[in-house]
Design a protein around this ligand. Structure first.
Ligand SMILES: C[S@@+](CC[C@H](N)C(=O)[O-])C[C@H]1O[C@@H](n2cnc3c(N)ncnc32)[C@H](O)[C@@H]1O
Length: 358
């Protein structure tokens, strides 16, 4: 119903609060980043109710700064406040903010700093030119953020939960298979698989030099010799049937030419091979996604990274964060000549998985 020309004061108040709430989110995001970066959540985890002075003694940081930060965390309901001067990170808080190695719910890694002003300038320009920024152009900080935001689930669930649910894949990897990770980013999946399956050989492809440098650093640190990395897109896969197992995690919707990469995958996969796709959990119709409480965040990711990358070449497909939904995925995969497409729901809150075979 039209409101005509009369401004309803209550509607104004509500709308204004909604907007400032996002500014509050920006500020709290910076505070989470600082807590993560300074190791504060790790110190608070399991420590019970602590005073700022105790936190200062444990961390060597300045008490006055910690008091202000803790009061802000309490105001955001991220720590519990016990009057007059104690603050406590709950078990749930520790799982989400402190336990990067052990908790599937860990999220603090998504808060590795804000968007640099130069990137915002480039994005504004992209609205005029239509051409977005590739992951390469987003720089090393974005590669680091992507890795820490997406890495936890891969590290904790891929080997113990996901691979065993695929038909025959675990057995092949144990015996010694040839495996590709296309759009491997900083290599978390490669590392997890290479450690678990030492007889198999792994090849990672990604055009983003920042991510590949990070992956190489981790491989060197861990001394893993069964992984090879290529600074190249999925278009550069070998043209003969090579891979027993191939994964694309959270990246088809970022690609300017996903159809070319899917065709390359079809050629590069062994006749009895498996392609595992992980992509964002979404419905084909916008209306059906509207009930998702974090939908606006996903569109923010899309404009600032996923769709931007997928439009970083003049005739890019521009699928974006929510664009490779089950319907689109099945259609594109079948058009490329794959005949088997099995969706899996592993209770990953952000993603669905598709087991695809020639
Ligand atoms: C959101 S990141 C996901 C990285 C990694 N798979 C993960 O789960 O952490 C998307 C990646 O897709 C890569 N990408 C973009 N276009 C690509 C292409 N044509 N071929 C392979 N990777 C591509 C980007 O460089 C970026 O590293």
């Amino acid at each position: 119903m039209s409101q005509g020309n009369i401004l309803d004061p209550e509607a104004l108040r509500e709308y204004s609060f909604r907007v400032w709430n996002f500014k509050q989110g920006e500020m709290v995001s910076l505070m989470i980043h600082l807590g993560d970066r300074l190791g504060l959540y790790q110190v608070l985890a399991g420590a019970g109710p602590v005073t700022p002075a105790e936190l200062a003694a444990k961390t060597g940081l300045q008490e006055r700064w910690l008091l202000e930060w803790l009061r802000g965390q309490a105001a955001a309901q991220l720590v519990d406040y016990h009057a007059p001067d104690r603050f406590e990170l709950t078990l749930a808080g520790a799982a989400v903010l402190a336990d990067e190695e052990g908790s599937l719910a860990f999220a603090a890694g998504a808060f590795t700093g804000g968007t640099p002003p130069e990137t915002a300038d480039r994005l504004a320009e992209a609205f005029r030119s239509g051409i977005g920024l590739s992951y390469e152009e987003l720089g090393p900080n974005a590669a680091h953020r992507t890795d820490r935001m997406l890495g936890t689930w891969v590290r904790l669930a891929l080997v113990p939960q996901i691979i065993p649910a695929l038909d025959g894949v675990h057995e092949k990897l144990e015996q010694g298979a040839t495996v590709a990770d296309v759009g491997c980013g900083a290599g978390t999946a490669l590392v997890a698989m290479a450690e678990a399956y030492p007889k198999s050989k792994f090849v990672g492809y990604d055009p983003n030099t920042h991510a590949i440098e990070r992956a190489q650093q981790v491989l060197d640190e861990k001394g893993l010799s069964n992984v090879e990395l290529h600074i190249a897109g999925g278009e550069a896969l070998p043209s003969e049937a090579t891979f027993d197992f191939l994964i694309t995690f959270d990246c088809i919707h970022d690609m300017p030419h996903p159809e070319r990469v899917i065709t390359s995958i079809r050629n590069a996969i062994a006749p009895d091979g498996t392609w595992l796709i992980k992509d964002i959990r979404s419905h084909p119709r916008f209306e059906d996604n509207l009930s998702h409480p974090l939908l606006a965040m996903f569109y923010g990711f899309s404009v600032s990274a996923c769709m931007s990358s997928a439009l970083s070449e003049p005739d890019g497909a521009g699928l974006g964060t929510l664009g490779f939904n089950p319907e689109v995925a099945e259609k594109m995969v079948r058009e490329a000549g794959f005949t088997s497409f099995i969706p899996h729901d592993f209770d990953d809150p952000a993603n669905l998985y598709y087991e695809v075979r020639p």
